[in-house]
Design a protein around this ligand. Structure first.
Ligand code: SF4
Length: 191
């Protein structure tokens, strides 16, 4: 069993050294994370994916219903919206590392459907080491934060989406950071 607090252990003695190998190792570790209760009702951990390193990294809130089932971020309806949005600005998906601030799907039942629930502050904080691990591996020059949960995970609870969205901001880890109001690309998406 892995705890998310182990995720930022950079010593990695004897561990993989190439970025892709380090990413694979992180993915395998995150599969066993039990640092908050969200794993209990989810199908699997949905870690980020894409080139490592990458110029651009995009962070959503959490996996949605399809992502939870398929084990990949931004698939299904959310993935189609993302591909279209990226295409409009001349970016192809395979050039971008995509992930979520929280790696397990939080939901509540309504009939046969699973309704998206916003992760709380403790859950976002518990998952943050995985996001930090991804940032260290991907080393993006541009970090795009989609929605308030992703923005607060990276920029802190003082972020206000109504005030700060679209405004370039600074981060210790990344050269350029932009937060969007979305759930334009809400991975919960239409069911
Ligand atoms: S949501 Fe994040 S911190 Fe919580 S169990 Fe899943 S991977 Fe671990």
């Amino acid at each position: 069993m892995t705890d998310a607090t182990d995720a930022t252990d950079a010593s990695n003695e004897g561990g993989p050294t190439r970025p892709e190998e380090a990413w694979r190792a992180a993915t395998a570790e995150a599969d066993g994370c039990r640092a908050c209760p969200l794993w209990e009702n989810a199908t699997q951990t949905v870690f980020g994916e894409g080139p490592v390193p990458a110029e651009m990294m995009l962070v959503g809130e959490q996996p949605g219903d399809r992502e939870d089932v398929e084990g990949q971020p931004f698939v299904g309806p959310a993935g189609r919206v993302l591909d279209e949005a990226l295409g409009e600005v001349g970016i192809v998906r395979c050039e971008v590392y995509v992930t979520n601030a929280v790696k397990h799907f939080k939901w509540k039942p309504r009939g046969k459907r699973r309704l998206h629930q916003t992760p709380d502050r403790a859950e976002v904080a518990a998952c943050r080491p995985w996001l930090e691990r991804e940032l260290a591996l991907v080393q993006p020059r541009l970090l795009v934060l989609l929605g308030a949960t992703a923005a607060k995970a990276e920029l802190g609870p003082g972020f206000r989406v109504t005030v700060d969205r679209g405004r370039p901001m600074s981060s210790l880890l990344v050269e350029h950071v932009v937060a969007n109001r979305a759930p334009l690309l809400d991975p919960a998406g239409p069911a």
